[in-house]
Write a protein that binds this ligand. Structure first.
Ligand SMILES: O=C([O-])C(=O)C[C@H](O)[C@@H](O)C(=O)[O-]
Ligand SMILES: [Mg+2]
Length: 426
């Protein structure tokens, strides 16, 4: 093996990034959210980047994986899965409750591990691409498009965080007019063609009215509504009847494969998910029951860019559509999302991204959306460079935090404003 390709060192940098007070079924985003930046440095002096969730449970696994990686080749990404199993002795201890902040389905030991492996895989591919002078998409078999379409991610939101923290100039959006104003600003700034509204915040009638207002303001544009499983089967069907003529898809209206399958059997509105199909183990039952027509991939928890392509192949095989999910993330993840999305022939829906809500980053140049799309970089690796000063500042914030923000907890943030608050269901 060429010595240049051998991992010399792995650097892990937990950071806290500012986040606006966006509302969802589990509460409100905290003012700061944790992320982890992974750097894999080769003996050839090349450094590759990856980014993933920064909550404590991920940091623990990442720390152990970082210790055993030096001495291995950056080409050996398939070995990361077995390697991560060998260093994660706490697999049985995982609380299976749905991740409070994540809203991304089951919480298994395997999935937590895959969410760490993904950042290491991305960093290895970035380092390999930089070493060979090739973009990551070339390492994945090549791009099938030159730009990737993203969707505007609309949220009901407050103007400020209840406990204080960073303030932006978006103001509150708590009714249909506020959501339309937010969509107009996204349209103006980034040219997004399609809009996704995070639902499950207010009673369904108010969210139906918001989608209707969007349909009126942006006739013919693709619209999605995602209450993160907050509704019953009957409520979901009622919403589908109300909005069937304007929705591109309804995302996770109810929780669980059986509920989704029942809704799917009784409506023509396509159902999408990033909650009931989030692991390969969940695929056979969901596809057999025809519970969803579209799966949202996410390279973070599916285990990386290679596994995202495997999911895409499965979806293609079963005639299930593909879209892309996002959680709060920075430019390293956005670059990885764009590189893998560029290689997926069956990706016919605009990808989600929280990125426009993020005002801070650890990369030197902010990507620019044009007509809602990002150009696919052909530069070596992911095509992004680390801003070390920004990384140090955000790491310093993490170090200075008393632990309140080390684990994302939207419910705790909401209870800061309303101590008796509980998630609603309709
Ligand atoms: O599509 C989704 O379900 C998400 O994007 C989950 C996220 O966590 C979102 O709800 C959020 O950031 O509040
Ligand atoms: Mg969703």
């Amino acid at each position: 093996m060429d010595a240049k390709l051998i991992v010399d060192e792995v650097r892990l940098t937990p950071i806290l990034i500012s986040d606006p007070p966006l509302l969802n079924v589990q509460g409100v985003h905290q003012p700061y959210t944790p992320r982890l930046v992974v750097e894999v440095v080769t003996r050839g002096g090349v450094s590759g980047l990856g980014e993933t969730y920064g909550d404590t449970v991920y940091l623990d696994i990442a720390g152990r994986l970082a210790e055993v990686l030096p001495g291995r080749s950056i080409t050996d990404v398939n070995a990361l899965f077995a390697l991560s199993e060998s260093v994660d002795p706490h697999q049985a201890d995982v609380d299976p409750a749905v991740d409070a902040g994540g809203l991304r389905g089951v919480r298994t030991a395997d999935k937590l591990r895959l969410s760490v492996v993904s950042a290491f895989e991305t960093a290895c591919l970035d380092a390999l691409g930089r070493t060979l002078g090739l973009p990551v998409h070339a390492l994945l078999g090549g791009k099938v498009r030159d730009s990737v379409e993203y969707s505007a991610y609309l949220f009901h939101r407050w103007a400020t965080h209840p406990a204080g923290g960073p303030v932006d100039d978006w103001g509150a959006a708590l009714d249909p007019a506020g959501i339309v104003a937010q969509a107009r600003r996204f349209d103006r700034l980034h040219g997004f063609r399609s809009f996704k509204l995070k639902g499950g915040v207010f009673e369904p009638e108010r969210e139906i009215a918001a989608i209707r207002a969007l349909a009126e303001a942006f006739p013919g544009r693709p619209l999605r509504l995602d209450p993160n499983g907050a509704w019953s089967v009957e409520t979901s069907l009622a919403v589908a009847r109300e909005l069937g003529d304007v929705l591109e898809y309804l995302e996770d209206p109810a929780s669980g494969t059986d509920a989704m399958a029942e809704i799917a059997a009784r409506t023509d509105v396509p159902l999408a998910t990033n909650m009931c199909v989030t692991t390969f183990e969940e695929v056979p039952e969901a596809f057999a029951k025809e519970a969803v027509r579209i799966v949202l991939c996410d390279h973070h928890y599916w285990g990386g860019l290679g596994r995202t392509r495997e999911l895409a192949a499965l979806c293609r095989t079963y005639g299930v559509g593909l879209s892309m999910h996002s959680n709060t993330h920075l430019g390293i993840s956005l670059a990885a999302m764009t590189q893998v999305a560029a290689t997926l022939p069956g990706l016919h829906h605009a990808c989600d991204t929280h990125y426009p809500w993020q005002t801070e980053d650890v990369i030197t140049t902010r990507p620019v959306f044009r007509a809602g799309r990002l150009a696919v970089s052909d530069a070596p690796g992911l095509g992004v460079d680390l801003d070390r000063d920004a990384l140090a500042a955000l790491h310093h914030r993490w170090l200075s935090d008393d632990g309140t923000h080390h684990d994302r907890d939207d419910t705790a943030a909401m209870r800061g404003a309303a101590p008796d608050w509980k998630p609603s269901s309709w």
